[in-house]
Design a protein around this ligand. Structure first.
Ligand code: ZN
Ligand code: ZN
Length: 886
């Protein structure tokens, strides 16, 4: 069943589903829109059309409704209203949705309280009822930002949430509260309010909803989520959930009645900026522009050209409006960046970081074009200051973000330089959207630059829509499971008690080489930690895996195992201890990197083996040697302080509120109870791995390598404990051997000695090359023909290249080197630089006649041919001798 038929089905049940107490009490009338056929509730018996565009137009522009309140004060008013009415105020959740595997960003307030477990949605409310000012990020309408007057990439969703039980409430009270907020608290006349019936389909859950409008501006949508599953097959769940989401931006806009909502929302920031960069705007013209633009959808194909043709206006006025539009984009995008970066997301080429880079580069393009004397970081600071009463956390770390923005700016400048080079090779070619998107994604050439240089005819924003659409959903892959866990009980986990290294257990099943027991001390591979090894009844355990709480042991030979029998398990204690050290060390390195580099450092992924570990972290630049040393030192300090490693089991909501969302270093963790690993005040993570009890047990952490593995991600490889000591011993042996070979007394003299040897080799190489060139002149001048042939198997190809170069470019003759055995000949052909066409031809003829393969570049050709020496010489002689240039 689709949304339309569901709407029809719900609509037929309107007395039961939609007619809340308030409607009866106040005398709201249910009407069918004469234009689109949707049902709505109004106090105005003469009303014929629903308040949606295009059935109706905004009636609040220059004619606002209710008390005039700016962004922060409007929130304050709304918050107080709900708190006075029994709601708990909840601080916003991060805009980076670390607790969800299916989302990069928090797109709505309800996301805060949803956890996905095995494809099912679970609601987890920290209070009931509650109110939250949830900043939400959405990038699918990016083309509309600045142009329609109402679209944003970040907006504050006022979340009013309740569970319909004795503590919370259901439909009647929801609508009553929203109505009272509008009328009693904000002073909006009752008859201006219209409710529209709708349905809402969410992730695995859905319901019916009432959208509320004032003067035809949609303010909020109260969704009553009551059904689980899909519209064609669903059940009711209990208690149902109130999910009312309203746009704070809309409330403020309604109270100002300005042509665009940006003027109301950005308030004094916008006003001051306009004065500073001196944009003079014809207010009347701006009003009529945004009235028309507001009804268009630029992410669905509308273009500026189509807008201009509707308006028929002089060019200079358009240019002024475009300046204003650019200013709106800057303000929206910088606010989005501020929130996302504060919450730990860096701009990059992958995942959610990609969207940030898009908005950041778009801003840099605008600033470059407009030459306005303001930086992105200035704008972010202005927002943080303006929003301080509402979101004080934005001001806490803001100065650290300057570094990130500057690094991005340098990358952008570099990109512009490569752009010039790449574009000069395109000449006058016209590109389509996918080509433009490719240039943008792989070379960072922005569509604005393409447009300015005439490479594209369409609107640059279409390219952003195209790439944003490609980057919205992360991929999840499914693998065929090694055994089927169905019907088996959850395996009892003995591995969190490190004293248990031997245990008895019952065999529940033998399948596909795996033994499934009722209990086990074998840690299964998970969270980047490799599994325990050991023995079951003396048979070697090769691998241990976990599939939905059932643990399977892959053994060398299953023949001796029978279901129902008791077995004795014995884990490899030494391996386990080494894994524990590496795992705890991983958390420590993460904490150290964060302390040394900056708050944007998050674990990207990690891997822990018996004798090796690595952690990939998010950072804006390659880690320098100095930084690496500082990280190593900091990490070993934590080891030396012998800090307690606490393992706590906590309800998820308690852990989140106590430690914040930093606990999700390894991504989303399922379950209502989290296992928290806390290392003093250095690090707290939700983690299911095995850990030391004290950091001192690790002994030593030695970083062995660092690498930039992708844009925005650095890999740190390291060893801990005995593995670290063994690594140092290997280094020591290597050092000793080198010292003896070089006959050097100590480390410093080794370095000098090696530098000298390198220089010596370099000199020898030059002398050798000189000799080869002399040799080339000797054989070349001796040869009377135009083709000099060298067949000497003792001469290597690299040497042949030097000889050939001398023959071709100093003597102006053709050169052929052959290295033959019974199968055929390797060959190298070189001709004088101005004869390069001949080489192509020669290779073609040769490889055809001799069934070989080869290629040519400029005046050099090489390959392998299955002919004997003499035939090769004959073929090439006739080809290369005929076109003599001497
Ligand atoms: Zn309508
Ligand atoms: Zn961990």
């Amino acid at each position: 069943m689709d949304k339309e038929s569901l709407r029809k089905e719900f609509s037929e049940k309107h007395p039961e589903l939609y007619q809340v107490e308030l409607f009866k009490e106040k005398g709201f009338i249910r009407k069918k829109c004469k234009r689109c056929g949707r049902y709505f509730w109004t106090l105005d018996k003469n009303r014929e059309y629903c308040p949606n565009q295009p059935c109706s137009r905004y009636e609040f522009i220059k004619n606002p409704s209710g008390k005039k309140l700016d962004y922060v004060n409007m929130w304050d008013k709304i918050k107080n209203f709900f708190v006075e009415n029994g709601h708990q105020y909840v601080r916003r959740y991060p805009v980076v949705a670390r607790w969800r595997d299916d989302l990069y960003f928090t797109v709505a307030s309800i996301i805060d309280f949803q956890r996905v477990e095995e494809g099912k949605i679970i609601f987890d409310f920290p209070a009931n009822p509650l109110i939250v000012p949830q900043m939400s990020l959405r990038f699918n309408d990016i083309a509309n930002v600045g142009l329609t007057g109402r679209h944003y990439t970040s907006f504050c969703m006022i979340g009013q949430h309740a569970l319909a039980n004795e503590k919370g409430y259901w439909k009647d009270r929801t609508i009553q509260l929203d109505f009272d907020l509008l009328t009693k608290r904000l002073g909006i006349p009752e008859e201006e309010i219209v409710f529209v019936e709708d349905v809402w389909l969410g992730y695995g859950a859905f319901g019916y909803s009432l959208e509320y409008f004032v003067k035809n501006l949609e303010l909020g949508n109260a969704v009553f989520t009551e059904f689980e599953g899909s519209p064609s097959s669903y059940t009711r769940f209990s208690p149902p959930v109130v999910d009312m989401g309203a746009g704070l931006e809309r409330f403020v806009w309604l109270s100002y009645g300005t042509p665009t909502s940006y003027e109301a929302v950005f308030g004094s920031i916008l006003e001051n900026l306009r004065k500073e960069i001196q944009i003079a705007i014809d207010e009347d013209f701006a009003s009529s522009f945004y009235e028309i633009a507001g009804e268009m959808d630029f992410s669905e194909g509308a273009t500026l050209e189509s807008l201009y043709s509707k308006m028929n206006v002089p060019e200079d006025k358009i240019e002024e409006i475009m300046k204003l539009k650019d200013l709106f984009i800057l303000l929206d995008h910088s606010r989005t960046l501020l929130f996302a970066m504060s919450d730990g997301q860096l701009p990059s080429n992958v995942g959610g970081g990609y969207n940030l880079r898009v908005v950041l580069r778009r801003m840099l393009d605008i600033l470059k074009k407009r030459k306005w004397n303001v930086t992105i970081f200035d704008l972010m600071k202005l927002h943080a200051e303006y929003l301080k009463p509402m979101y004080p956390e934005l001001s806490e770390n803001i100065d650290r973000l300057k570094e990130v923005v500057e690094v991005e700016q340098q990358k952008y400048e570099k990109t512009l330089q490569t752009a010039e080079k790449i574009l000069s090779s395109y000449k006058t070619k016209k590109l389509d959207i996918s080509e433009a998107a490719k240039l943008y994604e792989s070379n960072g050439i922005s569509p604005e630059v393409l447009k300015e240089n005439g490479f594209i005819d369409f609107d640059p924003s279409e390219v952003y829509n195209y790439v944003a659409g490609k980057h919205i959903n992360p991929k999840t892959e499914s693998v065929k499971p090694a055994f089927n866990p169905q019907g088996l009980p959850k395996t009892e986990q003995l591995y969190y008690d490190r004293s248990v290294t031997e245990f008895e257990a019952k065999v529940l099943k033998v399948e596909n080489g795996y033994i499934i027991l009722d209990r086990t001390a074998f840690y299964p591979r998970s969270g980047g930690q490799e599994p325990d090894h050991g023995f079951l009844n003396g048979v070697k355990v090769l691998d241990v895996i976990k599939i939905s709480d059932v643990i399977g042991h892959k053994v060398e030979n299953v023949s001796g195992f029978k279901e129902g029998e008791t077995v004795i398990g014995k884990i490899d204690k030494k391996r386990r201890e080494a894994l524990m050290r590496h795992h705890t060390a991983t958390h420590i390195i993460n904490a150290a990197a964060r302390a040394v580099l900056g708050p944007w450092v998050w674990q990207h992924s990690a891997f822990k083996e018996e004798d090796y570990a690595r952690i990939d972290i998010t950072h804006h630049s390659p880690i320098t040697e100095e930084q690496l040393k500082a990280i190593e030192l900091y990490a070993n300090n934590i080891v030396q302080k012998n800090v307690r490693v606490e393992k706590l089991l906590m309800p998820r909501t308690v852990a989140e509120s106590q430690f914040g969302f930093r606990i999700y270093q390894g991504g989303a963790v399922p379950g209502n109870t989290l296992r928290i690993i806390k290392i003093g005040d250095y690090d707290v993570e939700a983690c299911g791995g095995t850990h030391c009890d004290w950091t001192g047990e690790i002994g030593l952490i030695k970083i062995t390598n660092v690498d930039r593995i992708q844009d925005g991600v650095d890999r740190i490889e390291f060893v801990a404990g005995e593995a670290a000591l063994k690594y140092m011993q290997r280094m020591y042996s290597a050092f000793q051997n080198l010292r003896k070979t070089l006959n050097a007394p100590d480390l410093d003299s080794i370095q000098i000695s090696v530098a000298e040897k390198i220089k010596e080799t370099e000199n020898l190489k030059n002398k050798y090359e000189e000799l080869l060139r002399k040799y080339a002149i000797a054989i070349g001048s001796h040869e009377k023909k135009n083709l000099v042939v060298l067949e000497d198997r003792t001469i290597k190809k690299d040497d042949a290249v030097i000889i050939g170069d001398t023959v071709a470019n100093n003597l102006g003759k053709n050169f052929l080197w052959l290295n033959c055995d019974q199968n055929g000949c390797f060959f190298l052909i070189m001709v004088p630089k101005n004869m390069s066409k001949d080489v192509q031809e020669a290779i073609k003829v040769l490889t055809e006649k001799c069934k070989g393969s080869g290629g040519a570049k400029n005046n050099v050709g090489q390959g392998f041919a299955r002919c004997d020496k003499e035939s090769m010489k004959n073929i090439l002689s006739s080809l290369l001798e005929k076109d003599s240039n001497v």
